[in-house]
Design a protein around this ligand. Sequence first.
Ligand SMILES: Cc1ncc(COP(=O)(O)O)c(C=O)c1O
Length: 388
Amino acid sequence: MKIRKEMLKFHQYYFGEEEINEVIDTLRSGWITLGPKTKRFEDDFCQYLGCRSAAGVYSCTSALTLSLAALGIGQGDEVITTPITFPATTNEILLCGGIPVFVDVEPGTLNFDANKIEEKVTEKTKAILPVHFAGHPCDMDKILEIAKKYGLVVIEDAAHALEASYKGRKIGSIGDATCFSFYATKNITTGEGGMLTSNNEELIDKIKILRLHGISRDAWKRYGGEGFKYWEQVALGHKCNMFDIQAALGIHQLKRVDLFWEKRKIICEKYDAAFSNFPEIKPLEVKKDVKSAYHIYVIVLDKDRLKISRDEFIDELMKRRIGSAIHFRSLTLQPYYKERLPEVVGTVPLAESLSDRILSLPLYPTMSDSDTQYVVDMVTDTIEKNRL
Ligand SMILES: Cc1ncc(COP(=O)(O)O)c(C=O)c1O
């Protein structure tokens, strides 16, 4: 089998002339920070999701910071979440004084198992923070039911889940607040960027104040020709607003979102069809009542059927000029978390055992049919040469 010369990257973003021209227009407009383009992107985003209100922020991490702050999570409050996530999710809980409480994952989706949430609720629990891993929605009915029963808020980490819906409802208007990411590898990108959405308009108004130092009027309105208005600081805020150069990219990326999704879905279906023949690897499942955002394509290796480890599998793909990645090793195995929260090590056995069995294959809309076929052939070759 012929190995290609050019690396097939794990991810590649796509910008067209529209994004480039909008950035140039922004640079020429005389206004590059939070302003009219951010407002336009927020409005377009609300329309796409069918939610009432949205605040553009610097990143999904900022969206998490602001949601936790605005919903009153603080010192000693417990937040129930998943160990299979990017550290940003739980770092922000710790940074606001809260304590992440981990629930083990379900094997098919790697989302935290909603049936195991209730046993973790204590008097200190204030919030549930589902992460829609790989773009597959968590069991929101169960989560909302528990939240209602115990008076908890629900903050969703939808960094992977822009196009996802749960039982016909789009992710972004279900929980109290939902956090999206437009980081370079996400479903749409603004380089760095994020959006916080909610059907609670008052909450988003509060977040718009908190994203800009706690100041009561956005800068562009202060200087924007409505007559002089002095600003007032009304809360203790952060500095994590979106700015118009980011929004210029986002406005046009959002127009491509469904096409991008369609293309990734086709690639996932090809992978699924090809890999269903191999007992050595297992793709994740998509449940019937959801729409997945198909953000990443994860396979689980059966270690008992292969003579190489997951890391060696990644090396084998690299030798065949294919980039892959790991989403994610359980946070309970990260050195920082092991030291900071030693009591959580070993409490999520499935997440921990999956941590050295999962890897993610290339998945992005500009992959050609032959790129996809190349990945299939090379994964097949790696399995065939290394099966026990
Ligand atoms: C699940 C999850 N949450 C949060 C983040 C943080 O996103 P951002 O880089 O936009 O802050 C990421 C980024 O990879 C992520 O994967």
